[in-house]
Design a protein around this ligand. Structure first.
Ligand code: HOC
Length: 385
């Protein structure tokens, strides 16, 4: 029952039970041994708080801005493909949830709903960004970008971590057959090797730093690179003139053994501060965020905000809009309580001295598997029956 979901992991447990096997396989799969996918969440467990006491926290305000938009809480709904696998209405359910909670939604290139349906669902009241897979045919890409700008999108997030599809074996095994004809941006659909392969053949593996000036020339939207994974590339992004980066490994679905976003953030920010470059771009991270304490840790370390994907897909798949609404409200409730307990009454109070990051770079245990290759213990949802 919805009221018995007390945290974001609970939605995952319910979704796993109620979703079609193929849909579950697509949403939940990670690359190879799924080490990075698990690490995304467990990396947050290596960071501890150093709370301040005797701070007046009677009133707590955790609203902030992202690319100039005022939002209630420092998370956004990140782009995830194929929303209709989880709910017949698809991504517009996430739009309605984002609108209710005044957070930004990033619209996926590979949405099940059309781009215009998702824009229309916001009814002009909610800020949306576009996540872009760059098409081999740049004329197509240009049209998509221009249309997004015309329809009011406030940010362009170019995915840079996917020159080739990661190997998601769970998805490949599931003999996928549910790719709807209305997947936006997809090319020819070969259904034999899982959902992701079926919809991604149009993406250009030749995309490179040389393309960035062209993107900057075709739009006035702020451009952010989604999928940056080390400080060298953050510096290069700043030098290329983009407005921000998302430190992300694609939810652990691309390169296994890529580091978690929070780990990369801990690498990046000290270097930027040393150069006095910390305000030259906005830094976001995604992957593994399940608790408001994760959000707080990321903001303490210098992230402007965090993207959350799978948990909202699971909430939507299990309970539709009421699920998404509850998941977002739970995060807000956790945020208020934890800001108080850490001794911060506003977002600008969050800073690196409030966290102890000495545990980062620790070894992550491999989760044992049974003979069918299923994880015997899933750190997100506990032991399997
Ligand atoms: C090389 C193409 O984001 C997913 C989606 C689609 C991936 C396309 C990658 O399944 O992670």
């Amino acid at each position: 029952i919805l009221e018995q979901c007390y945290n974001l992991m609970d939605f995952e447990a319910v979704a796993r039970r109620v979703m079609k096997k193929t849909a579950w396989a697509y949403y939940s799969s990670g690359a190879d041994d799924e080490i990075t996918m698990r690490e995304n969440h467990s990396a947050y467990h290596k960071i501890w708080f150093r709370p301040r006491v005797l701070v007046d926290v009677e009133k707590v305000d955790f609203s902030t801005t992202m690319l100039g938009t005022k939002v209630d809480i420092p998370f956004y709904v990140t782009a995830t493909a194929l929303g209709k696998l989880g709910n017949p209405e698809g991504e517009v359910v996430l739009t309605r949830g984002a609108k209710k909670h005044n957070v930004v939604q990033m619209i996926p290139t590979l949405a099940s709903c059309s781009f215009d349906e998702i824009i229309d669902a916001a009814e002009g009241e909610q800020v949306q960004w576009l996540q872009l897979y760059v098409n081999k045919d740049r004329a197509v890409t240009k049209r998509i970008v221009e249309h997004a700008e015309k329809r009011g999108c406030k940010g362009l997030f170019i995915t840079v971590d996917a020159p080739q599809l990661g190997r998601r074996e769970k998805d490949m095994r599931s003999k996928f057959s549910d790719v709807g004809s209305n997947v936006q941006g997809g090319g020819d659909v070969d259904r034999s090797q899982g959902a992701a392969r079926a919809i991604s053949s149009f993406i250009d593996p030749a995309l490179s730093w040389k393309d960035i000036p062209w993107f900057l020339s075709i739009t006035k939207m702020p451009i952010l690179l989604k999928g940056v994974q080390c400080v060298e590339d953050v510096i290069r992004a700043i030098e290329a003139g983009v407005h921000g980066v998302v430190l992300s490994n694609h939810g652990g679905r691309q390169l296994d053994f890529a580091r978690s976003g929070i780990e990369v953030l801990a690498e990046v920010m000290p270097v930027l501060r040393e150069r006095g470059w910390q305000d030259r771009i906005e830094i976001y991270i995604d992957g593994g965020v399940r608790r408001a304490t994760d959000i707080i840790k990321a903001v303490c370390l210098g992230a402007k905000g965090v993207g959350i994907g799978r948990p909202f897909l699971y909430a939507m798949s299990a309970y539709g809009l009421p699920g998404v609404d509850r998941a977002m409200q739970l995060l807000k409730d956790e945020m208020e309580m934890n800001m108080r307990l850490i001794g911060a009454s506003k977002i600008s109070d969050l800073n690196p001295t409030l966290v102890d990051t000495r545990g980062l770079n620790m070894h992550t245990a491999v989760v044992p598997e049974d003979t069918l290759g299923r994880n015997v213990y899933d750190p997100l949802i506990g032991p399997k029956e």
